[in-house]
Each structure stands twice: as structure tokens, then as C-alpha cells.
Design a protein around this ligand. Structure first.
Ligand code: IZC
Ligand code: ZN
Length: 437
């Protein structure tokens, strides 16, 4: 019953925000056209339409093409109109891996890392994730909603219109569910759409230290069933890492999650080459994430299985770790997505421009591949490739307008946000230039 009530609120709130909008005269309409994940060389074609326009009705894209072809016959009275002359228009960005609901911060750990302590050393000494768990357990729902709202506002200003958010800072029934419920409330109230992932196996909580097996059993028996039956998450994720959860523990948890109807994600081969990539392939996970130490075999497996390789270069940058082998993955036919990994520890950044610059300068990705990774492939990483991630008729009217005439300016304008206008479901939700005509 409760779930149905929650859905109703969501529909009511969001349906009032569906707009009729025309964006015309775009120097480039970067459609990223397609209804499926783009693999390998497909990521290079952004299906750009010069002098482009899109028409959005009731929040849904009805047409995209050359301005002259698209807007004849339109009754201008019924639409808000934006003249995007000299500007590029892209699909709203999809940030498919974040941990944005948390209490407290870890600024002191950042300093420790600068002095040479490693992320795993800090975690082993009881800091890291455990410190955020302590603060998140103490935080009220209202506090987490207020913090989450501010963070979503910032993401939206970077052009992010859909975000994946993980639990994992509770590691107990009450707090894990609190995080997921908070994300549900934020989804209903905020323009950014939120897709939820249960990450109860993010770390071993102090009360289970030395008893990882018992903790996995607790999650499977006491937490997962309610997460699934209350539809509080679509995905289940685990931090599969040396010193956190083993391959066997990960397999056990994820198989159970799958039997409850959740789709699978894995924090795989981030710090050490444990084999999480191969496990993601074996279990048919929708994505394997991080992949700094993914093996050749794992990469070939992902390409064959269509597992999305979600790369998080701002984390590698922040931890001073080597970058994932994006070039090799794309050349071998993988579907690559880019995401921020926004979290209070390993990557306290929701910056999209930083991602673009790191992907192009350090990971050998082209600007085109980077755009595909943050749009259609980001959507594929959360099972939304049929409804968002490109400017195609029938998809949600989610778009960003940048202040420059080409998507090429995004990585080139290093570290600076060039998003001027953000459109969500056909409504302008960010306008930094009051450029509506
Ligand atoms: O809070 O440190 N790697 N999980 C796995 C994280 C980083 C987030 C954190
Ligand atoms: Zn993560």
C-alpha cells in the first residue's frame, strides 16, 4: 500500500512539470540517436544534425531534425520556444554511478591521502566508509533529504537529468532503508530522476567485523526481502574487493538479489585485480564499475555479454590510481559508460566537465565516445536506454543547451561548466542565460 501511495505522489508532482517546448536553430543537435547501448565503434557516431530542432509535447520528444523541416506546421502558441542559435543541444546527461545520500564528510582523509596514506589503509583502520556510516546512521531523514536536494541541484546545473544513487552508508536494516526512502522522496520532489541501487554490502559494519559471512546472511535474510518487496531499489551492488567482500561472498549475495528480481551491478577490480569483472559477466550483471584492474579476459567477456563497463575516472584521479583501460575496452567492442562516482570519500566531485577532460586527456577516449558514454550508454547502465539518453521521438524531453556551437567544447573548456540551459520533461529547469525567446 505504501509503495502505491509513494508512486502516486511521484506521478502527481512530476506530471505537473511536463512541458511543450521547441528548441530551434541549434548549431548542432547532438542526438546520440538510438534505443540500445552503443558498443565499440558505434560510440563514435553522435548522429549530429546541423541547424537542428526538437519538439517536445507533454514532456515527450515528438520530433528531431533540421529546423526547417521540424517546425513548419507547428502552432507556436502552444509551445515555449528557445532559439539555440550558435549553441549545441545534447541529451540530458545520465550519471549512472553515485553515492550522493550520506551524512558527514571526510575532508581530513583527503589530507591523509595527500600525505601518502592509501584509501584501503584508511578503511582498514576504521575510517573511510565506516566514518560515513556512523554519520549517516545518526542523520535524520529530513537532514538527508535537505543534503540530497542541494547535491541534486548542483548535478542538475551540470546537465545531469537522471542519476543513479546507492545506499551503502547504513549497513543495517533501518539506515539502508532510510537512504532508499530518502532517494524515493527526492525523486518525487526534484526535477532530477533518481534510480536506486541497494549497496548494503558496501563494507563490513563494526558489529560484524570478522564475520563477513554472517553479514552477507543478514543482508540476504533480513534486508533484501524488504528492499525488493517494497520496490525500494531496482539494482543490487557490492564492493567486491580484497579486504572487503570476496568473489564467493559477492556471488552469493548477488544471486540472491537476482532471485528477488533485482538487476546486478558490481564495484569490480577497483583497487586490486580480484576478478569482479569476470563475476559480472558470469552473473549477467547490467554493469561492472571502476575496472581499473580488469583483465583482458574480463574485458572480452564484457564485450560478448554486453555488460556495460562503467568507468569512473574522477575517482582514479582523486586516488592517484591508474585509469581504467577505456581505449582497449572500446577497441574490443565494449559498451563504455562514464559516471562521477560522487561520494564523500574516494571522489567528492559531481563535476561532469572534469569527467570529460579526464576521459579524453587521460583515457584516450574521443569527445564523441565521451558524449555517448554520458548519454545513451549511461542510460543503458541503468536499463533506461529505451526512454532516455538520446534525442529521439518517443523519449523523455531531457536536454542540455551549452553556450558553444559544438559538443567538442565540453572537454576542451577544461573544468568549466558550459551548460547554459537544462530541460527536464520539456520544462526549463536551469536557465543561466535567460535565453528564451
Ligand atoms: O565512501 O569511500 N569505493 N566505495 C567503494 C566508495 C569508494 C565510496 C566511499
Ligand atoms: Zn561507487
Amino acid at each position: 500500500m505504501k509503495q502505491r501511495a509513494e508512486n502516486k505522489v511521484k506521478n502527481n508532482v512530476k506530471s505537473r512539470k511536463l512541458g511543450n517546448l521547441v528548441i530551434k536553430n541549434a548549431a548542432e543537435l547532438v542526438t546520440c540517436s538510438g534505443f540500445a547501448a552503443k558498443r565499440g565503434s558505434e560510440m563514435s557516431d553522435l548522429h549530429v544534425i546541423p541547424d537542428g530542432a526538437i519538439v517536445i509535447e507533454d514532456g515527450i520528444i515528438r520530433g528531431a531534425g533540421r529546423t526547417a523541416e521540424i517546425i513548419h506546421n507547428l502552432d507556436g502558441e502552444n509551445y515555449e520556444v528557445i532559439d539555440a542559435s550558435g549553441k549545441a543541444v545534447l541529451p540530458g546527461f545520465v550519471d549512472s554511478h553515485t553515492h550522493f545520500v550520506f551524512g558527514g564528510y571526510r575532508a581530513e582523509e583527503f589530507s591523509w591521502r595527500l600525505q601518502g596514506k592509501s584509501y584501503m589503509d584508511i578503511m582498514a583502520q576504521g575510517g573511510g566508509i565506516a566514518s560515513t556510516v556512523e554519520a549517516t546512521r545518526k542523520a535524520t531523514k529530513e537532514e538527508l533529504v535537505a543534503l540530497g536536494k542541494k547535491r541534486l541541484d548542483s548535478m542538475l546545473a551540470f546537465g545531469v537529468t537522471t542519476v543513479e544513487g546507492k545506499s551503502g552508508y547504513g549497513l543495517d536494516y533501518d539506515t539502508e532503508l532510510k537512504q532508499l526512502v530518502v532517494m524515493g522522496e527526492l525523486d518525487a520532489a526534484h526535477p532530477v530522476d533518481i534510480v536506486r541501487t541497494f549497496l548494503g554490502a558496501h563494507a563490513v559494519p563494526p558489529e560484524y567485523r570478522g564475520n563477513e559471512e554472517g553479514f552477507i546472511r543478514y543482508l540476504v535474510q533480513d534486508v533484501l526481502p524488504d528492499v525488493a518487496s517494497r520496490k525500494l531499489a531496482e539494482f543490487c551492488d557490492i564492493f567486491c574487493e580484497k579486504g572487503v567482500f570476496s568473489i564467493n561472498q559477492s556471488r552469493r549475495l548477488l544471486k540472491n538479489a537476482r532471485s528477488f528480481g533485482l538487476q546486478l551491478k558490481i564495484h569490480a577490480d577497483e583497487i586490486t585485480p580480484l576478478g569482479g569483472t569476470e563475476l559480472a559477466v558470469e552473473l549477467g550483471a547490467i554493469s561492472a564499475d571502476h575496472l581499473l584492474h580488469a583483465s583482458d579476459n574480463g574485458i572480452r567477456g564484457m564485450a560478448q555479454a554486453g555488460t556495460v563497463a562503467t568507468l569512473l575516472p574522477a575517482t582514479a584521479f582523486s586516488l592517484k590510481e591508474p585509469y581504467a583501460r577505456a581505449r582497449y575496452m572500446i577497441d574490443n567492442g565494449c559498451t563504455v559508460a562514464l559516471a562521477t562516482d560522487f561520494n564523500p570519500g574516494s571522489c567528492f566531485s559531481e563535476s561532469i566537465p572534469l569527467l570529460f577532460s579526464l576521459a579524453t586527456i587521460y583515457m584516450g577516449m574521443t569527445p564523441e565516445e565521451s558524449v555517448s558514454s554520458l548519454t545513451i550508454n549511461g542510460a543503458a547502465a541503468i536499463g533506461r536506454e529505451k526512454s532516455i539518453g538520446s534525442l529521439d521521438a518517443g523519449k523523455a524531453g531531457d536536454a542540455v543547451i551549452i553556450e558553444f556551437p559544438s559538443y567538442r567544447f565540453i572537454p576542451y573548456h577544461i573544468g568549466v561548466n558550459c551548460v547554459e540551459t537544462v530541460v527536464k520533461n520539456g520544462r526549463v529547469v536551469v536557465d543561466r542565460n535567460e535565453n528564451r525567446g
